[in-house]
Design a protein around this ligand. Structure first.
Ligand code: IPE
Ligand code: IPE
Ligand code: MG
Length: 250
């Protein structure tokens, strides 16, 4: 049987009806993709940009409300300096190239992580696109850059501690809701679906709080080969899941 086209997959998704409100993606495998072609790792990162474009467009088509992309972890700062520089430049280039199209498509871009560590041009690009797209509401595109989930949790705990110390909050007011409000994702629903590409079966310090009841989908496909059709396949797999949230379904 020939493989289904993106349009056929989209038709099936719509037929089913249950659309995830929030999809998170650990975009992994760029280095291996490049190595398979006897090319430097940065070649894979560049190729991965097209996948980002495809998946963002796919998310808009499907009607997903929020898309969270893990683009650069806190731990990734420990990679060789030339690779880190290349990733910073690519971030800048991606924003420069895509900002207007994202804006026209109604995408609100936000960037979460320790942004003070970004190179000044990358930080400026982030600030620009955030401001430019702030009024949009069709899709929330969250780029996680220089991000580590444990650091995010510690930051939230520190904010709570500050509020308690200043008398703005009582210890008894430290609830799950109060905690969630101090995360980058405040006000957003938790991801319904987490996709990780390249076959790795781990979370790698991504959204530890928010993923509590998220459906996990690991694709063997390397990120630069993960395009719209693969994204739709993941959504279809999600639609077939039985989510129980600890309860019993009748
Ligand atoms: C994902 O691809 C992109 C980043 C982590 C920045 P990798 O660079 O991790 O690629 P692999 O896992 O080495 O193949
Ligand atoms: C996770 O991928 C981070 C991003 C995709 C940005 P890594 O390649 O850094 O994760 P590990 O080292 O395989 O866990
Ligand atoms: Mg990797």
């Amino acid at each position: 049987m020939p493989e289904a086209t993106s349009d056929e997959l989209l038709g099936r998704i719509r037929l089913h009806g249950r659309i995830p409100r929030h999809v998170a993606v650990i975009m992994d495998g760029n280095g291996r993709w490049a190595r398979d072609r006897i090319m430097p790792r940065t070649f894979g990162h560049r190729a991965g940009m097209q996948s980002v474009r495809d998946v963002v467009e796919g998310a808009i088509e499907v009607g997903v409300g929020a898309l969270s992309l893990f683009a650069f972890s806190k731990e990734n700062w420990q990679r060789p300096k030339p690779e880190v520089s290349a990733l910073m430049s690519l971030l800048e280039e991606y924003i420069q190239r895509e900002a207007d199209a994202l804006d026209e498509n109604g995408v609100r871009v936000r960037v979460f992580g320790e942004l003070e560590r970004l190179t000044p041009p990358a930080a400026a690009a982030v600030e620009r696109v955030t401001a430019q797209t702030a009024g949009n509401a069709r899709l929330d595109l969250n780029l996680f850059i220089s991000y580590g989930s444990r650091a995010e949790l510690v930051r939230a705990a520190r904010r709570l501690a500050e509020d308690v110390a200043a008398g703005r909050l009582r210890p008894g007011d430290v609830t799950e809701e109060a905690f969630a409000e101090r995360l980058y994702t405040a006000g957003m629903p938790d991801p319904d679906l987490l996709i990780r590409t390249s076959g790795e079966q781990r979370i790698s310090n991504f959204m530890l709080w928010q993923l509590a009841y998220t459906e996990l989908y690991v694709s063997p496909v390397l990120w630069p080969d993960f395009r719209r059709a693969q994204f739709y396949e993941a959504i279809l797999a999600f639609q077939a899941r039985d989510r129980r949230f600890g309860k019993v379904t009748v």
